[in-house]
Each structure stands twice: as C-alpha cells, then as structure tokens.
Design a protein around this ligand. Structure first.
Ligand code: ZN
Length: 443
C-alpha cells in the first residue's frame, strides 16, 4: 500500500492543540464549529424553518452546515446536485470523557481547607486523578438565558492522595478510593466557606457581573499539556483522547471532503460528522447518540431538499456510518488480557472493532466498507476482538445502528490507559485514522 499523503504528523500536532483547547464537550464542539466555519460551513438553528425556499446560508441548497446543541454537533455537506434521496456517509464520535464534575452546592471544606464538591462522571480511572494540577472549565448559563464558556486554565484544584505513612496497606492491598469521601478536590485555605463562593469566583474569571450566573455545568481537567513521548517521539500522552481524537479526525476529514467537493470532486452521498455527548454514561439524552438529534437533522435535510417520507427511507437505507472511538492496544504488561491472535499495536493503523454479540455494530459487510476506505487512503488497519473471558466494552455504534436503522461499522484507534486522566496513543495513528475517514467520505 502507498503511504498516506493527505494528513501527516502536522495533524498530530494539531490534535494536541485541539485536546488542550477542549477541556469540556462544550469547548470541543465550539472548536469543531470554528474549524468548519473556516471550511465554509454555516450554523443553522433547530428553531428556524429549514424549507427548500430558504435564503442562502439557510438549511437548503448545497453547501456545508452544522447544528450545535449543548455538547453535541452534527455537520453535513450537501454537494451540488444532491437529490432528496441521496444517502449519507456518517462519521460518528463522542465529545465527553470521564471526569469530576461540580455538584449543585459546590462550596464545602473542613479543617481549614476550601474544597469543591464533585460528582463522578462516567467511569474514570480514579487513581489517575490523584495529585494532578487541575483546572476548571465548563458552561455558565446566565439569568437572561445566555451561555458563556469558562476555562480557568491554570492549577486551581487538586485531589491530594493520602501519604503512604497513613495508608500502610496501600502497597499490599491496593489503593481503595471511596467516591464520596476521597475525591473532593481542595482549592485553597479558609475556615469561612460560604455558599456561592465558587460561582462568584468563576463569574469574576469570566468577566461577568456578580450574580449573573444561574446555572452551571463545570468539570475539572488536568492542565498539563499533551506531549510527544518515547525514544523517537513515536507516542503522544494527553487527556481526553477517548474520544476527542476521533472528533478531531472526523472534523478534518469532513472539512477536506467539503473542500474537495466544492472544487468539483464528485460525491455520490452527503458526508456527515455526528459528535455526541454523554457516551460515557449511556448516551440517553437530548445530545446523546440514543436521542433524536442525528435522525432529526438528517430527516430535516431530506425534507429541505424537497424530499418525501419515501425519499427519507431511500436515503437512510443507503446510508453508512463509521462510528469511531478509541480501543485497546496490546499492553506489554498485560498481554494475556487480549485475545491471543488479535493484538492491536500502537501506530499499526486504525482498528476495526468486532463483537458478535453487538457490543460493536461491525459485521462482515461492514468490514468490507472499512477495508475499502483504508485501501483508498493507503492506510493499514488492524482488528480488535475481546478475549472471550473478558466483558467487551461498547460505544455509540450499536445505538446508532438500532435507533436509526443505519448500517454502522465500529472502528477507532488503539490506545493505552483508556479513561485515565492522561491517556497514551501513537503519534502516527491519529493521521492514519483521519486518512481512513477521508477515504470513507470520498468512497
Ligand atoms: Zn470512548
């Protein structure tokens, strides 16, 4: 196979910037939108009419558009001459990562410490959150209904681990963390803890008038920047690769497909990026893959192109989704946890994920779709299947397939330390994935 040429290590440098600039799903989708705007995409509001007579820049006619809703984004590019029944090619991914999220009454503390009360979001490797310098970011909702993103990007919080001298059995019995008692970060000193302190602090940080914030969705994150690692810098360490790595690759592939189509490359389908929130807690929300967001956008696009329910059915029947998420590379210290003949390697190319019990949506015909995309892009790919004695994880692929009746293939990139506050991937795999996604959107 020829070496991929479109995306290279520059893509990985850019991924590292994207990770650092996207501490929350809200920031991630804002960054995706900004990148798509540069490629000519325009935002459409779900509350506007998407009729086929709409003005230029509205939801009808050819061109790139996107819908933003909370921590989710759906973007699509209608090529010149697309019919109402033209099928979609969708890249699916998720924007959320396991982390520590601020509770409704966040101000707490004891023994002269100021602390922030947090809930555990999803399934983080809790130990990895100890003794990290943590920033705080998220979305503030204002009295007038407006929303402001906030990011205190400096060491602000820490969950201090108990000293070994006070936890003598930690080495022999393992670390035991109580989710309620042991993970509340400290953020300073003081005996006069008052309700409203944290939000008042964030209003000041965001340059907002005191008392203007009436709602918040805030989460802690590690402030340490992503970094190349290894003898030949062949690895990347960083936060939230699960699954911003796929969101970033999907954004690059969609922008490239739109740019190529705008300059005359023929497209027989409509390329789509669907990046959902709430995968890490089951996808059941208005911005999750198990909600109506994707189906509603695709249907409204059919109808905006003048289509009927019949056109919608024809379009969906011909649609394919590549659902991209991280998977497990073989770990040198725990190789026996993998199936003996399926050992995905770092920098070996994207992985096709298979599970016959539908924890992944891939089947043999889906494999053929992915193989064709990789061949077109000149990218090698690997396969992942669980050890029969290990429960298999899952992702948005099977949900997308079942909810919308869309043929779906689960793929991704193999990493180590999944759900750690700082994960580890290969420096080549992100651009190999982006090239494969580009091959899929072109196919
Ligand atoms: Zn994931």
């Amino acid at each position: 196979m020829s070496a991929p040429t479109r995306f290279d290590r520059g893509h990985t440098d850019d991924l590292m910037s994207f990770l650092a600039a996207s501490p929350t799903p809200y920031h991630a989708v804002a960054n995706v939108a900004e990148r798509l705007e540069k490629a000519g995409f325009r935002q459409v509001a779900e509350t506007d009419a998407w009729d086929s007579e709409g003005p230029s820049g509205a939801a009808s006619g050819s061109g790139g558009r996107y819908v933003l809703r909370g921590g989710a984004i759906v973007a699509w590019y209608v090529p010149e001459g697309a019919a109402p029944h033209t099928p979609y090619r969708i890249i699916g991914a998720h924007t959320d990562s396991p982390n520590l999220r601020v509770k409704p009454l966040p101000d707490t503390g004891a023994h002269g410490w100021r602390q922030v009360a947090v809930e555990i979001y999803g399934g983080p490797l809790l130990n990895s959150w100890l003794d990290r310098d943590l920033g705080l970011a998220g979305r503030l909702t204002l009295r007038d209904g407006g929303e402001v993103l906030v990011d205190v990007d400096r060491p602000l919080l820490r969950v201090p681990q108990l000293a070994i001298h006070l936890d003598r059995t930690v080495t022999s019995d393992g670390l035991k963390l109580d989710k309620q008692r042991h993970l509340q970060p400290v953020w300073g000193l003081g005996d006069d803890v008052r309700e409203g302190d944290l939000i008042a602090f964030l209003e000041e940080e965001a340059g907002l008038p005191a008392g203007s914030v009436t709602g918040w969705d805030l989460m802690a994150y590690p402030v340490e920047a992503p970094a190349y690692l290894g003898r030949d810098r062949e690895l990347v360490a960083g936060p939230r690769m699960d699954n911003l790595l796929s969101v970033h690759a999907g954004t690059a592939a969609l922008a490239a497909a739109a740019t190529a189509a705008a300059s005359g490359a023929p497209l027989t389908h409509i390329p789509v990026l669907a990046a959902f929130d709430h995968e890490e807690n089951g996808s059941q929300s208005d911005t999750g893959a198990d909600g109506p967001l994707l189906g509603s956008v695709l249907e409204r696009s059919v109808f905006a192109r003048g289509g009927s329910y019949e056109d919608r059915a024809r379009s969906f029947a011909g649609t394919v989704c590549l659902s991209s998420d991280t998977g497990h590379a073989v770990h040198p210290n725990y190789a026996e946890r993998h199936d003996p003949t399926h050992h995905p390697r770092i920098n070996g190319g994207p992985i096709l994920k298979v599970n016959v019990n539908n924890r992944y949506a891939t089947d043999g015909s889906g494999r053929a779709v992915f193989a064709a995309a990789c061949e077109r892009a000149g990218v090698p790919f690997q396969t992942f299947v669980s050890h029969n004695s290990m429960p298999c994880g899952t992702t948005i692929g099977p949900i997308t397939a079942a909810r919308h009746g869309i043929k779906t293939v689960d793929i991704g990139v193999a990493i180590l330390s999944m759900h750690s506050v700082r994960e580890l991937c290969g420096a080549d795999d992100p651009f190999l994935l982006a090239n494969a996604l580009m091959g899929f959107l072109e196919g």
